[in-house]
Design a protein around this ligand. Structure first.
Ligand code: ZN
Ligand code: ZN
Length: 439
């Protein structure tokens, strides 16, 4: 069987609207497409609803869906994925949250959030506060808490103990001038009693840590210097560490992931891809794109499937900067030349994990454009890679959950529906087949 390597490029939040400052084009339409157009000349395009039409995806859910995971049975929250991406080793069953040190002002019996980043407290100072909390608030009842300091105001919280369920809400109100929220049981929780227990200990922990932080020497010093004290830990994205079936088990493809942002590294790790570290890859506009493409080029010789993630498109969208976004796409196009000699021999998909319109500054439920190319594929006559052209492309309108089926078919690994070479119901020809022993 021929082995066609596959490269999946995700430009985070790629889809967008058109803007006057880009001559009524979208950032993608206004970008240079020198290399993209070469790919397009032997490809096709279409639109994808990462989850479903009208549903704004979060990046982690969109990625898992696109990689062929079932969000109703195989998604256990964002906290552990992000923690894994930060290099934190979690054990099965441990609960994790993403957290930020913030600033609150007490008004009556409420704690009003006035800054969600505690004046962008530096990493070293966050580390000092983390140490204090790990000493003085290590246990609530019999449950153990561990805070891990990340960069600047960022942290992760890990909770260990029996009979807990991650199905709880955030204490982070995701806004300022509103109170810190009570952690509650999610209405759809499958294990309500266990979730209630976690919600209770999280609320106790929040109050206790607020008291500890308020009195912390470091915060006294910050206040004297006219800086905001880091006197609250705002958490979100509760999740539990569960082992997912690996990408190889699911699709029969040996896969590698290349990303700068912690969440995307976490996604790659969570699905058992080999994570390829690239120096200077940071999920920001000044990321090492060259290094990432060079790593992808090497990986295409050793793996069946390579996932390459670039975050800056989404960064510019959240900032409301369509010109910056378009310029970053041009930069991306320029660096595609690094793999140009592979264009004809590999299968390739360039898409986004969701639309993030710069005029909204938030993820929307609109579809994203998808460009595919492969040695053997039905091509279309669309002109440039674009949200508008994608709507008349021959790929039509697909869902995120269709992507891996299309990928396997593009690289000629599929078996006809109903063929059973293996006890497991799979849509691809497995690389290991059980031979009949004849002696
Ligand atoms: Zn995203
Ligand atoms: Zn985003």
């Amino acid at each position: 069987m021929s082995k066609i390597p596959f490269l999946l490029v995700i430009l985070d939040g790629l889809g967008d609207h058109s803007y006057a400052e880009l001559n009524n084009k979208t950032p993608l339409e206004a970008a240079s497409q020198k290399n993209i157009s070469k790919i397009k000349s032997f490809g096709a395009q279409g639109l994808m609803d990462p989850i479903a039409p009208g549903v704004p995806p979060s990046s982690d859910t969109a990625h898992l869906q696109i990689l062929g995971y079932d969000l109703t049975t195989e998604y256990f929250g964002r906290g552990p994925i992000e923690a894994m991406g930060e290099g934190i080793e979690l054990k099965e069953g441990e609960i994790a949250f993403r957290a930020d040190f913030g600033t609150v002002r007490i008004v009556g019996d409420r704690a009003i959030v006035i800054d969600r980043r505690a004046g962008r407290i530096p990493t070293e100072e966050t580390r000092q506060l983390v140490e204090l909390l790990n000493k003085e608030a290590r246990f609530v009842d019999s449950y153990e808490f561990k805070v891990v300091g990340l960069t600047e105001h960022r942290a992760a919280i890990i909770v260990r103990g029996e009979d807990l369920s991650y199905e709880v809400t955030d204490n982070d109100p995701h806004n300022i001038n509103v109170p810190v929220l009570e952690c509650q049981v999610r209405e759809e929780a499958r294990e309500k009693e266990k979730a209630k227990r976690l919600a209770e200990i999280m609320n106790k922990w929040t109050i206790r840590t607020m008291n500890i932080l308020e009195k912390a020497e470091l915060n006294e010093k910050r206040k004297k210097e006219g800086k905001l004290p880091a006197n609250v830990v705002l958490f979100r994205g509760a999740g539990v560490m569960k082992k997912l079936p690996t990408f190889y088990e699911k699709h029969g493809l040996r896969a590698a992931g290349i990303a700068g942002g912690a969440l995307y590294k976490g996604v790659a790790k969570a699905v058992g891809m080999d994570l390829i570290e690239v120096q200077g890859a940071n999920g920001m506009p000044d990321t090492n794109i060259k290094g990432k493409f060079e790593a992808a080029k090497r990986a295409l010789s050793n793996y069946d499937f390579v996932f390459l993630h670039l975050k800056a498109t989404d960064y510019y969208s959240h900032k409301g900067d369509p010109v910056g976004k378009s310029e970053f796409i041009s930069k991306f196009d320029d660096h595609l030349s690094i793999i140009e000699d592979k264009f004809k021999d590999i299968a390739l998909m360039i898409t986004g994990d969701h639309t993030t319109p710069c005029d909204r500054g938030l993820h929307s439920g609109e579809p994203v454009p998808v460009l595919i190319s492969a040695p053997s594929i039905r091509r279309d006559d669309t002109k440039i890679f674009s949200e508008r052209e994608a709507s008349i492309g021959s790929l039509g309108r697909i869902r995120g959950s269709d992507v891996m089926k299309i990928v396997l078919d593009m690289i000629e690994r599929t078996v006809e529906f109903g063929t059973r070479p293996s006890p497991r119901l799979i849509t691809y020809m497995p690389s290991e087949l059980k031979a009949l022993k004849i002696s």
